[in-house]
Ligand binder design. Structure first.
Ligand code: PAF
Length: 281
């Protein structure tokens, strides 16, 4: 596996691959790799001849009060994991390499960035869009693979690619879960053993809410019940039932539905969602 810290040599390598007609898939990550990332890599391999994984803890998507300093930095473990996974190239740039002219706040992500996670993390999606646009510009991938756990992020990246006329095809994979249902996340490492034991109740409650809605329960009532049940263990930041295509309010004709939520468990923020189809629509 090639490891690049600088853009120049990475670009040279990618240009020579393109001359050989090889297609390129990018898996953007912030390191702290786990099995969920390996599934993104599997998908990337299905799509293309060559897989590049970037590992960059992007400062612009963290607000000052967030966990940027504490975010797991596991570069040597990540390198080993990616070698075993037979990734072609790893890109581990410095802040200066990504933001040589400092960061910009110009990535207006529109209304979709102002709801759900955008309420408690107002600059987050601006920072995500900024780094993803920069990585796309450097790697110019044919494909880029993201997880559906970060559903709002996924829709924002789709619309960024569309707005900026980016030729990369955005591919997503379903949320990868631990055997007890907890969505895999680097931040799960923050959980105490007691919190880790309780964490699967988050997904279980989302499943129960989905079942209630499919059985004909009133949606507002189902959300209120879910909130009350979750608040016994977690601090609910939001839980909403929305149109899965655009995260707007559902109407009688919306068939693709998402239950999407963020909660806190101790110091750890967890997000999760379930997408399903309403049968009666
Ligand atoms: O989902 C993530 O890990 C990050 O938000 C991403 C897309 C790598 C951008 O830093």
């Amino acid at each position: 596996m090639y490891i690049f810290e600088q853009i120049g040599p990475l670009e040279e390598y990618l240009n020579s691959c393109r001359e050989d007609d090889l297609s390129i898939a990018l898996v953007p990550t912030m390191g702290g790799l786990h099995d969920g990332h390996l599934k993104l890599i599997d998908k990337a391999k299905e799509c293309s001849d060559l897989v590049v994984v970037s590992a960059f803890v992007n400062p612009t998507q963290f607000s000052e009060s967030e966990d940027f300093e504490a975010y797991p930095k596991t570069l040597s473990e990540d390198k080993k994991l990616l070698k075993v996974a037979k990734v072609d190239a790893m890109f581990t740039p410095s802040d200066n390499e990504i933001y040589p002219e400092g960061s910009s706040q110009d990535y207006d992500v529109g209304e979709i960035g102002k709801i759900l996670c955008g309420i408690s993390r107002p600059m987050h999606f601006n920072g995500v869009s900024q780094v993803v646009a920069r990585l796309f510009d450097i790697v110019k991938p044919d494909y880029a693979v993201f997880g559906e756990k970060d559903y709002q992020q996924l829709l924002i990246i789709n619309s960024l690619a569309e707005r900026q006329g980016i030729k990369t095809t955005i591919v997503s994979i379903p949320t990868v879960r631990e055997s007890d249902g907890l969505a895999m996340s680097t931040r799960n490492n923050y959980l105490s053993s007691e919190d880790r034991a309780n964490a699967p109740l988050f997904y279980q409650q989302l499943e129960a809410t989905k079942e209630a809605i499919l059985s004909g329960a009133d949606i507002s009532r189902a959300i209120e019940q879910a909130k009350d049940a979750l608040n016994v263990i977690f601090d609910v930041e939001y839980i909403e039932v929305l149109n899965a295509n655009n995260l707007t309010q559902i109407t009688t004709s919306s068939s693709e539905i998402i239950i999407i939520s963020a909660v806190r468990l101790g110091e750890t923020r967890l997000i999760d969602n379930i997408v399903f189809r309403r049968l009666d629509v």
